[in-house]
Design a protein around this ligand. Sequence first.
Ligand SMILES: [Zn+2]
Length: 486
Amino acid sequence: MNRAKMAIVASAIVAGASSPALAVEECREPVARYDVRYAGDDRFEVAARFSSPSSRWDLAHFPTPDRPEAQSASIRSLRAFDKAGTPIPLAYVGEGTFETNDKAGASAIRYEVIADHDLADWNIGAPGKDEVAAHFDTSYLFAGHAFFLLDWDMKRCAVEIHFDLPPDWHVTTPWREVDGHYLVEDSWALGQNMFAMGRDRAEQVDVGGLRLNWLMDSALAPVTGEVRDLLSILPERYTALWGASPGSKFSVFLMSDTMSDGGAFWNSFALRFAVPLSEADRISWRHTLGHEVMHLWNGLGKAKGENVPELEWVNEGFTDYLTLREMSRAGLIDPDMTEQRLANIVRRYMLAGRLTPGVTLKSSGADKGANWHAVYGGGAMVALLLDAELSREDDEAFARMLRALSSQQGEGYDYDRFVDVLDRESGGKARNIITWIDRRPSGGEIVQRFAALGLDVSIFGVDEAYVRFAQCPSGRCPPPFLRREP
Ligand SMILES: [Zn+2]
């Protein structure tokens, strides 16, 4: 989603969050039905009908140098119809938006999606194909917002999806299946999830109170066992950490690419692995996998499933720290790697001071790309300091704080309420840490603060940071809150 569109989407969410919940009778029937048919030759026909007319639909818009119209370049044969089924004008107006100028709006639209997304390089200027679409083996993978033309202003009621696919095809999706079709909570849950269609069958694992189905590119066969292990260990731990499972059904999509990264959706995430697979990259994708799985639990910086920009440091920084914490405690990374990952957090935060000096935690998420180090490094520093300070007195205090934050989340936090609750649930420690992080203490002050917490940190300039755990009989020992559990 480009920044302008993201702002529109964010304001729609804020408006939605502050208005009373839709009365039950308003949602008596689905607001839309989408019929998807595979027409052969990488083409899908989509027919949508709406219970109330719409006049504007959007796709996500991630332009790249070779594909300036981004996801919309794959849409063909677009037609709209009024209530009587008479064709009315419909046009693409740019930046992922399609509109009809017919006053009464459209009751139905039809179009084709060409699965040609692999021809573009989504790594240049866009977040990567893991947030757009891909074709691997016999499967076609799409982000909902790359496939379904959606009216984001539609009433937030259920949407029906019917698939007409070859008999040996499967659909892999987190959506609920009812009587041979899918019933999606609302148009947002349709847009903000990934799904796949094709002959490949997803693997399934029930763990940590949820059902994960995952579909993997055969080019990644050498790491299937390791991915299966991680997906059967991490959810159990995360559920124990947060005190609850985040829901019932999730889908995971794993594909090959030229670089490793991941994209999180509401009830699904996608991960891409650099091929040929390498030992060095294994360090990177294992953490990314742990990070994306953690996003299924860390909803603190979200309202109605959508990220709140002023809490992006909680979404990303907390998620990154918690991934490191749980992987270290589970023995999935050794003390050397834990030291290196802690040093990465400190280095990122130091770099943020150099690259974006005036940017506070609260303001950093407004431009996540530009303030990357402040969002990830700043947020992870807050989580690390909270854990280190709380764990000195009580090993369970940090996890207890996370559960309390989660239970008071309701429809979502804004910055002020989140910091109030965080401060209260941390016994008054959080506000002090946040103020300190926003003040950008010197390297010397950072070293001193960590030393007082029993963590040996060294900083040189802004781009070198080292961490060494104390020596113990078995080698080097992380502090208790990061130590491998027996
Ligand atoms: Zn993330």
